[in-house]
Design a protein around this ligand. Structure first.
Ligand SMILES: Nc1ncnc2c1ncn2[C@@H]1O[C@H](COP(=O)(O)OP(=O)(O)OP(=O)(O)O)[C@@H](O)[C@H]1O
Length: 373
């Protein structure tokens, strides 16, 4: 094992499973991560993301399955022998060591000569723009600065693989955005193979080359951000990716009939029939004044809430059959006002209703929160 491998290693995970007593936290994870790739594990609380990460890190052992890094089986190796860098949400810095010593620690453990340590620490400090803070202690830094130290400490040893577990979750909204860009930039510069755990779909979409969406310990979809966003594999993934409007009904000849309205759906569903759910992103549901020109899939609604978003307005409205709908309007609408909700059939995804049952209220709430970010 060498510290000097340029870029990152190649990771293969096969049939990875972890049980805690009778509870299965991770069912079966099969994943290939190429050298230099950035993969995000995404899903709601309790879906098994941290379990998967901890198995790769060597903090817990698998019940079954293998993990291969650069051709070597590592699933039973002690954590410190795996050549992996780790960044956690609580920074986990050594409080009694200066920033520079925190960074140099891993290199000292690897017995790198002093001149090399000094050189690499100063390069890593410059990379995360903390050069002038080198002699401070972690307690004297802001949360964002501490997290930059933690990231620099993980990458300074040039690990074959970097694991990050919700590294931005303790930071405020603005800092989160700044750090997100910083992590992406760092990844572009160093090309380290990275696995990143988050429950925030916007974070995963913006950072990762590929996403692994998990639910109840089971993989739902593996794909690029645009695959997962545009072509979610099932209703759960769709709801998690922000398809907040969920309408259930009978699918006949490409139309979903809910009992109180009929919705034309994406071409390709015409041949299918039966109980189904249609999912629509709020961005794709346009709220128009009542007297607007005819629009596709026009649903008469009454406006309930109008929120200012900056460039446009988020509208909550009630349609036929008391169906609650979330959409966007170019101009403000008044609560109580009649309006028309319209959606291009191309943007109406349809899944069998059995999958729709998997979209539970708490998960939708989580999506709703994520949407504000
Ligand atoms: N040591 C343990 N003993 C028993 N159950 C555990 C243990 N660790 C995790 N679990 C359970 O396994 C499931 C998956 O946990 P995990 O921490 O991987 O979820 P997660 O997706 O990372 O969630 P979060 O985002 O909340 O951290 C949870 O239901 C959790 O309660």
């Amino acid at each position: 094992m060498t510290d000097h491998s340029p870029g990152g290693g190649v990771l293969a995970i096969d049939g990875l499973r972890r049980e805690f007593g009778a509870f299965v936290a991770l069912r079966k994870l099969d994943l290939r991560v190429s050298a230099g790739e950035f993969v995000a594990l995404l899903g709601p609380s309790g879906c098994g993301k941290t379990t998967a990460l901890n198995l790769v890190a060597g903090l817990i052992e698998p019940t079954a399955g293998t993990i291969t890094l650069d051709g070597h089986r590592i699933e039973r190796l002690p954590s410190e022998k795996r050549g992996i860098g780790m960044v956690f949400q609580n920074y986990a810095l050594f409080p009694h060591m200066s920033v520079a010593d925190n960074l140099g620690f891993g290199l000292r453990m690897r017995r790198r000569p002093k001149h090399e340590r000094v050189e690499r620490v100063s390069r890593a400090l410059a990379l995360v723009r903390l050069t002038e803070h080198a002699h401070k202690y972690p307690g004297q830094l802001s949360g964002g600065q501490q997290q930059r130290v933690a990231i620099a400490r993980a990458v300074v040893v040039e690990p074959r693989l970097v694991l990050m577990d919700e590294p931005l979750s303790n930071l405020d909204a603005k800092l989160r955005l700044d750090m997100r860009t910083e992590i992406r930039l760092l990844h572009q510069q160093l090309g380290l193979t990275t696995i990143y755990v988050t429950h925030d779909q916007t974070e995963a979409l913006s950072l990762a080359d590929r996403l692994v969406v998990l639910k109840d310990g089971a993989v739902q979809q593996i794909g690029t951000p645009s695959d997962v966003y545009e072509q979610p594999a099932n209703a759960f993934v769709a709801a998690f990716m922000g398809y907040r409007n969920v309408l259930e009904g009978d699918l006949r000849a490409g139309d979903l009939h809910t009992g109180s309205l009929a919705l034309r759906t994406r071409p390709g569903t015409t041949g299918k029939s039966g109980r189904a759910v249609a999912l629509i992103r709020p961005d794709d549901l346009r709220l128009l004044p009542d007297d607007a020109a005819p629009a596709p899939n026009a649903i008469p609604v009454r406006v309930r809430v109008c929120e200012y978003l900056g460039r446009e307005f988020a509208i909550e409205a009630v349609g036929p059959g008391e169906q609650v709908l979330h959409g966007r309007a170019a101009r403000p609408l008044t609560p109580g006002e009649r309006a028309v909700a319209s959606v291009d059939p191309e943007r109406v995804l349809v899944f069998p209703a059995t999958e729709g049952a998997a979209v539970s209220a708490p998960e939708l709430e989580l999506v709703a929160q994520g949407e504000q970010g």
